[in-house]
Design a protein around this ligand. Structure first.
Ligand code: SF4
Length: 362
């Protein structure tokens, strides 16, 4: 029988913490030191989903590990695979919460988009997750296990290894610093994901950006700007009222000054709302000082809104206008639309019936 006290989750520990915990555990049991390495190998290289899979350990040791530690394992509730290869996992957590991760293959990369919270409290008006509201923080183990589960699934289903990770799924990662900052280091140190291949996407949580600036590793930052001025931005992103554009830009200057750290700006293209030519000029002015580029994201229509994605001609003109002002811009083509792969969509489908928040009018 398992003890009542919460167990330490091995998957949510930094590698050196996991090693120390296992050393103490096996030391107490009079087991040889190599048992520690055996378990670490199963966690970081062989992707065991539980102690029962660690077949080179004696059964008594697997049972003892199971009693001593938690081991968060991903449990897929639904897996959808698009004709373009995009694959979405809907994971069911132990308390029944549902979260999503998406694998996005291109010719040279396999990017995994992961969630940092169940739901999201930021209530951005253009986002399906924002509509559904906040449920709870994810633990480091729950975030890491999305990566572990998706990596194993990718290997078993003919994909290459995951090359990049983006925190662009459900949730605002910098509002969950207790889990997200350790997770960055676990992915980097434990699973060998290069810091420059991990991007944290934020709507502008200034203290979190500051903390990222202070990290020695060069994790990347994507900033969901979505509007080049305070008035429009506060209608799209309620957080703008707490950390306004000026404060956000100051934090980004500090991030930039930390050196070697790359910023990308994200900008949602909503027909007649964010795609006006004069906004392109204003955007170019705002971000000119950063050696950054802009990802233009065609708005993904969500039920209950009248907003529509920008027309192709308007999108192209916006790109041209930015480029004529020296700003590199790319249109992020929609992937996996046949499987509702945009942020929050699959979960929204599955949890249909929850009341959406009221849309702001622009
Ligand atoms: S865009 Fe990101 S921060 Fe905003 S509501 Fe959606 S998940 Fe949350």
């Amino acid at each position: 029988m398992k003890p009542e006290a919460p167990q330490t989750d091995l998957i949510g520990l930094l590698p050196e913490e996991a090693e120390a915990a296992l050393r103490a555990h096996f030391g107490r049991r009079g087991q040889p030191a190599f048992r520690v390495k055996q378990v670490l190998r199963w966690i970081y290289e062989r992707e065991a989903f539980g102690f029962h899979e660690m077949t080179d350990l004696p059964l008594a040791e697997r049972t003892a590990l199971d009693e001593a530690f938690a081991f968060t394992a991903p449990e897929p509730s639904k897996i959808s695979r698009s004709v373009d290869g995009t694959a979405k996992h809907l994971w069911r957590l132990t308390d029944g919460e549902l979260i999503e991760s998406v694998l996005i293959p291109t010719q040279t990369r396999l990017t995994l988009c992961i969630s940092s919270q169940a739901g999201c409290a930021m209530a951005c008006t253009f986002c399906a997750t924002g509509w559904a509201g906040y449920r709870r923080q994810l633990t480091a183990g729950e975030i890491v296990s999305q990566f572990r589960g998706a990596r194993r699934w990718a290997r078993e289903n003919g994909y290459e290894d995951i090359t990049n990770i983006v925190f662009m799924g459900m949730g605002e990662p910098l509002m969950n610093p207790k889990a997200v900052f350790p997770t960055l280091r676990i992915l980097n140190q434990g699973y060998g994901m290069g810091a420059r291949r991990i991007t944290v996407s934020t709507v502008g949580v200034v203290p979190g950006i500051q903390r990222m600036a202070e990290m020695p590793e060069q994790f990347r930052l994507a900033v969901s700007l979505h509007a080049p001025n305070h008035e429009l931005r506060q209608k799209l992103i309620p957080l703008e009222k707490k950390y306004d554009l000026d404060e956000l830009l100051d934090a980004l200057r500090r991030f930039d000054a930390a050196g070697g750290k790359r910023i990308t700006f994200e900008y949602v293209m909503i027909d007649g709302v964010t795609d006006l030519p004069e906004l392109a000029d204003e955007l170019a002015e705002v971000i000119r000082e950063f050696n950054a580029f802009v990802n233009l994201i065609p708005f993904n229509p969500i039920p209950g809104t009248e907003w529509r994605p920008s027309k192709r001609q308007r999108l192209n003109y916006f790109v041209e206008r930015l480029e004529s002002r020296g700003i590199s811009a790319f249109v992020r083509e929609s992937r996996g639309s046949d499987i509702a792969a945009a942020c929050g969509q699959l979960r929204a489908e599955v949890t249909q019936g929850r009341k959406p928040v009221q849309m702001g009018s622009i």
